[in-house]
Each structure stands twice: as structure tokens, then as C-alpha cells.
Design a protein around this ligand. Sequence first.
Ligand SMILES: [Zn+2]
Length: 152
Amino acid sequence: MAKKELKPLQLVCDLAPTLAQRVFQIREMRNLTVKDLAALSRFSISRIEDIESGVETWLSATDRQLLARALSVEPLILLEVESRRLDNASDAEKLKVQEQLAEKILKGLREESCPNCGGSLKCSVENGLDLDGRVQEYAKAFCLKCPFVLRA
Ligand SMILES: [Zn+2]
């Protein structure tokens, strides 16, 4: 595919308010097909379709970089309309996310995307005493971007 001439994005005063609409909008402005965007971002075509139809509402830091680069915009342009997954989650869902994350961290995972915003999580394992005085490992994590914290 020939490199297309890119127009400055300032002509866009009205960027769409959701990730789905905004990706679609910028892609159209760039005169790219879904297939073009998939090739540029190295996402699958179905993934681009999922994003544009609102199935995926937030991106990991790495994916956001890739997609933003493919669209020739700053990652912030996408980040600001991603919906925070945990905002509308029930307490049970939040607890489940926390438990799954804790399990992964205890298995050795140290780099993970924040389940809330997709930013970088700082993960660690700390030793503590349980109620019976036995040494136990606790998973800890906090997000560098949003207030998400994992407290075991
Ligand atoms: Zn976060």
C-alpha cells in the first residue's frame, strides 16, 4: 500500500465521544479501510471490527500505541475515550478481577495491563503473616495511571 498523505488532525474539532466511533472516524479521515488499518496496526480485521462496534472498549498500553500509530494520532486521543472497564462493574466482578490478578502475580507475573484502564501495573509479592502466624505470600499491584490497587 502506498503511503498516504496525512492531513493534520486539527481539522477535527469534533472527535467522536466513544472509542468505537472515534476509531471509525479517524480511520475514515485517514482514508483507510478496515483492512488497511488492520495491516498497519497488525491487529486482525475482526479485532478492528470489534473495536469499531464497541465490543472492545479499552486497549492495553501496547495495543493503544500500535493502533494510535496506525491512525497517526497521539495515544491520548484514544485513551481519553476508552471506557474504564471497572467503572460499571459490580462488586462481584471487581472481586473476580482482583482474584485473577492476584493469582497471576503469585505465579510470577510482574508486568500486566491495568484491568481498569489498560495502563501499566506495578506488581509485587510480599510476605506477611496470616491470622495463625504463618508466613504467607500476598500479591500487590497498583496502577501508574489510575487509582486501581490490588489489596490481597
Ligand atoms: Zn489503571
